[in-house]
Design a protein around this ligand. Structure first.
Ligand code: GUN
Length: 281
């Protein structure tokens, strides 16, 4: 079998088109949805992500504003900026690109963003609501994974989903979102015993480890759906996922590529959350 490749770029484009239609068709004379993007320091990967997020805003017809703070910026300066944006009526979403320089406490920053503008879904209010099944902003990457599966018509209910990775941004919220879709969920991590055996039981694998080619074909059940969240830069500059794509493709029924899989979906879900925040007002 050769898996169907799930084209995250194509799915994203179609979702962004419907978002931009909704923005175009808003009530006459009203403002567009607004996203504030904060970047601190010179992390090259963060710069690329932030540029892509701003580009997506343009495509969707959003108002977007970037705040670029110096690598040595003090925590207080960032917290004061967030406080201002929390009150800014033109702003529906606030995104502070992570990671932050070490003089700044990431948790304090996440806590400072008003939950109703926390379109990243990282604040304690949103993560708590996700846990208890209440309406919330879900973190964009795992929300994008679920969206992709649904778009492809892949059944989730009753399926065994194995997530490899337990980060706050991907692994843990992915587990909650897949539970919400009635999957049976296993979360594996660096201390899991017999990891290959666990992954072999999966109908749906979500790989979010951060190690190039970690998921090999021998770990995959024939016909499984494989979602690769990894973004790893190789020495030759190429970007690759956590899955050994060429070999796994021969066993899986569906597979997401890197690049062009989950990555574009993450940004699209950010647009979706921002539009939702705007519509709630
Ligand atoms: N850094 C890596 N992924 C993300 C994300 O989804 N949001 C933010 N704000 N920072 C990130």
């Amino acid at each position: 079998m050769s898996a169907k490749i799930i084209d995250g770029k194509k799915i994203s484009e179609s979702l962004r088109l419907s978002i931009s239609e909704a923005v175009k068709n808003r009530k006459e004379g009203t403002r567009a949805p607004g996203l504030a993007v904060i970047i601190v320091g010179n992390n090259p990967a963060s710069r690329i992500y932030v540029n892509n997020k701003k580009k997506a805003c343009e495509m969707c017809g959003f108002y977007s504003v970037e705040y670029a703070l110096d690598e040595n910026a003090e925590e207080k300066e960032l917290l004061e900026l967030i406080e201002r944006l929390n009150k800014d009526e033109k702003i529906d979403g606030i995104l502070c690109q992570l990671p932050l320089p070490k003089q700044i406490d990431e948790n304090k920053v996440i806590d400072a963003i008003a939950p109703e503008k926390d379109v990243d879904g990282f604040s304690p209010v949103n993560t708590g609501n996700l846990l208890s099944g209440k309406p919330c902003f879900a973190p964009c990457t795992p929300a994008g994974v679920v969206e992709m599966l649904k778009y492809e018509g892949i059944e989730i209910a009753g399926k065994h989903c194995v997530i490899v990775g337990r980060s706050n941004i991907v692994g843990k919220p992915a587990a909650l979102l897949m539970l919400r879709e009635n999957a049976t969920v296993t979360v594996c991590h660096s201390r899991t015993k017999n990891l290959a055996e666990e992954v072999r039981r999966a109908d749906i694998v979500i790989a979010a480890i951060g190690k190039a080619g970690f998921i090999t074909a021998d770990m995959i059940k024939e016909g499984a759906v494989v979602v690769d969240v990894g973004i790893n830069r190789l020495e030759n500059g190429k970007v690759t996922g956590d899955v050994d794509f060429d070999a796994v493709r021969e066993k899986a029924s569906y597979i997401t590529p890197v690049p062009g899989g989950v990555g574009p979906m993450t940004i699209t879900m950010l647009m979706k959350n921002t539009l939702e925040s705007y519509n709630r007002k």
